[in-house]
Design a binder for this molecule. Structure first.
Ligand code: PLP
Length: 381
């Protein structure tokens, strides 16, 4: 139940990838023989599958090692490609893969604004508008928060940026494949995605970089063979790219039905917990949120003691996927949640392979753990 951290690779994706480890193993940049042509064909077919999910041209897509790299390329690449001292706008609830590049850019002399978020973790478009300066180059706002699932009004924010001639980047990792993406509604210039959040393999992602004018100038993170429009040098990992393509195709065809099912599963979990426990606080927006997300703080229990009792289910407290060193959630803190409730928060990310029976099992485990902890602390008093 920790599908916001990562997902199981769909068996259909594994099957599509397998031949590209053995029979079709060429280098997609080898232009003189059949092995290379076959690999290159597979890469371009996968690029088209991802483009179909985003409803865009395949030429706009740059393969990266994941969304961390895509976000770094978007932020550092665009800021370093623009005039020195440019202004970047991010917000306090972004993933570390946006906040940390922004911090580094600030240390390197760029002007960085970190906007606050409201009690749901949402960015206010008006605050974005007010933050724009003469020298603003780029605004970065995620589509869906990876901890609390809140959906940002990225349509309005992208439109504000477009009108003001400022570039807009969206980390769409958590919403792509779960909710439809539409460039007509969200005129973003740069979009990051990651395969392993949508039942594809780890280690592959995409940065969408809008083609056309005004041209987006990006300084690459690596220099080398000039792959991917000279923006991302390095031999392409063909099996991973094929897996991403297949994952995007499956997501595109199953998204609507899957989202309905996940919403029902999430509501079953939330209702089940609420029915049997007092003192629960929902974190994140009650309606504007990802279908499979439930982030809940539990009053009157110690967070660490609670996690110790939940070994039979895979959930995270705070966010396991944002950083390798566990810190109290910066997202909940930015939303104004107290330290105690932040520590006693559980994030459920329900996914494609979760079932009703698993949800019922999870409810029992959480209810038993919370009841035992509350009873023992009452006994101590
Ligand atoms: C919103 C968001 N952005 C970026 C990332 C980083 O993605 P990746 O693991 O592909 O580097 C994650 C997950 O870790 C995420 O949830």
């Amino acid at each position: 139940m920790d599908n916001h951290a990562t997902t199981r690779v769909d068996p259909r994706v594994v099957e599509a990838m397998l031949p590209y480890f053995s029979e079709i193993y060429g280098n997609a940049a080898s232009i003189n023989h059949q092995f290379g042509w076959d690999a290159s064909d597979a890469v371009e077919a996968a690029r088209a599958q991802v483009a179909a999910l985003l409803k865009t041209d395949a030429d706009n897509l740059i393969f990266t090692s994941g969304a961390t790299e895509a976000n770094n390329l978007a932020l550092k690449g665009v800021m370093r490609g623009a005039a020195p001292g440019g202004h970047l706008v991010v917000n306090a609830a972004e993933h570390k893969a946006v906040l940390d590049p922004a911090k580094r850019l600030s240390r390197q002399g760029f002007d960085v604004t970190v906007l606050p978020v409201d009690q749901y973790g949402m960015v206010d478009p008006q605050q974005v508008e007010e933050s724009l300066e003469e020298n603003t180059v780029l605004v970065s706002v995620m589509s869906a928060n990876n901890e609390v699932g809140t959906l940002n009004p990225v349509d309005e924010i992208a439109e504000i940026c477009r009108k003001r001639g400022v570039l807009f980047h969206c980390d769409a990792v958590q919403s792509l494949g779960k909710l439809p993406w539409d460039f007509e509604a969200v005129p973003a210039d740069l979009v990051s995605l990651s395969a392993h959040k949508m039942y594809g393999p780890k280690g592959i992602g995409v940065l969408y970089v809008r083609h056309g004018s005004p041209r987006i100038k990006i300084e690459p993170l690596f220099d080398g063979g000039g792959h991917e429009r000279h923006l991302r040098s390095g031999t392409l990992p063909v099996p991973l790219i094929v897996g991403l393509g297949k994952a995007a195709e499956v997501a595109g065809s199953e998204m609507a039905a899957e989202s309905t099912r996940l919403r029902q599963l999430r509501d079953r979990l939330w209702e089940g917990l609420q029915h049997r426990l007092q003192g629960l606080q929902l974190n994140g927006h009650p309606d504007r949120r990802l279908p499979g997300n439930l982030n809940v703080s539990i009053e009157g229990v110690d967070g660490e003691a609670l996690m110790m009792r939940l070994k039979e289910i895979a959930v995270s407290s705070g966010s396991a996927c944002t950083s390798a060193d566990p810190q109290p959630s910066h997202v909940l803190r930015a939303m104004g949640v107290s330290d105690a409730l932040t520590r006693a928060s559980l994030r459920f990310g329900l996914g494609r392979f979760n079932t009703d029976a698993e949800v019922d099992f999870a409810i029992d485990i959480v209810v038993d753990a919370v009841t035992a902890l509350r009873n023992s602390s009452n006994g101590e008093q």
